[in-house]
Design a protein around this ligand. Structure first.
Ligand SMILES: C[S@@+](CC[C@H](N)C(=O)[O-])C[C@H]1O[C@@H](n2cnc3c(N)ncnc32)[C@H](O)[C@@H]1O
Length: 237
């Protein structure tokens, strides 16, 4: 289903009708940032609203990572849900001036914009030292199998229990290797991650609060994978 811009506005107003307290982050986004170019569908905005609001209501706290920012269409919405003290980390191989300007309008602090290849992410001390502190990771970069696997491993290293990894282009026939990587990742950790939901071009994996691996073991495994050299060919496949 493709919604026309007018319908998006209408849906935004309808969401407002049901909101018991003021404007939700999604309403604010639709009103204040309606024209950001990018690849983020309205259906996904509503799904993010549901999941990020659920995390808020369940008291799940933690940082945000987006790998693949482009002009900030999805980054801005996710950042609107984050508490001021939570960190937002945005990663792109290209400069992100538009995203940075938009996000700084409502989040003056605790933002990190890393212009680098995602395969080099773990060379950043800030991330290496932040294992287990993230609640939302969006993987939306080059969509190759290697990169997607690498980026999910980084997310597994960073994620806290009840945190969510969202992966773009799931089941898009243009990227069959990405869907294969998602299932390889899940099959390797059957009791840690479960797929919560998929739809509108994305899938959502939650780190179970009943994860069988001790957090340190899981992080060591992810870290070992990132250092194994497999991610060295990340942008090539
Ligand atoms: C599909 S766009 C992201 C779309 C964005 N999330 C949105 O909602 O509009 C993919 C982005 O990933 C970046 N990218 C591609 N390969 C990358 C890599 N290996 N590491 C980091 N960023 C990469 C590109 O520069 C591009 O901005």
């Amino acid at each position: 289903m493709d919604l026309e811009p007018d319908n998006e506005l209408l849906c935004g107003r309808m969401l407002g009708m049901f909101s018991p307290i003021g404007a939700s982050p999604l309403q604010r986004y639709l009103k204040d940032f309606p024209d950001i170019p990018g690849f983020f569908q309205f259906e996904s905005m509503v799904i993010w609203d549901f999941l990020l609001t659920a995390q808020e209501r369940l008291g799940v706290k933690g940082n945000l990572l987006e790998i693949g920012v482009y002009k900030g269409k999805s980054a801005v919405l996710a950042a609107l849900y984050m508490r001021p003290e939570e960190w937002c980390v945005f990663v792109d191989i290209s400069p992100m001036p538009e995203s940075e300007a938009a996000i700084r309008k409502f989040r003056p602090a605790n933002n990190l914009f890393l212009q680098c290849r995602s395969g080099d992410l773990m060379s950043h001390r800030e991330l290496r030292e932040a294992a287990g502190t993230f609640r939302w990771c969006h993987v939306d970069a080059d969509h190759t199998g290697y990169s997607t696997m690498h980026d999910m491993e980084v997310a597994a290293y960073l994620l806290r229990e009840s945190g969510i990894i969202c992966i773009d282009e799931f089941f898009n026939f243009r990227y069959p290797q990405l869907t294969a990587a998602v299932y390889q990742f899940l099959a390797a950790r059957p009791f840690d991650f479960k797929m919560l939901f998929c739809g509108a071009n994305k899938c959502y994996q939650e780190l179970s609060e009943f994860s069988s691996s001790p957090p340190l073991g899981r992080r060591r495994a992810a870290w070992a994978w990132c250092r194994s050299g497999a991610c060295g060919s990340a942008s090539v496949a």
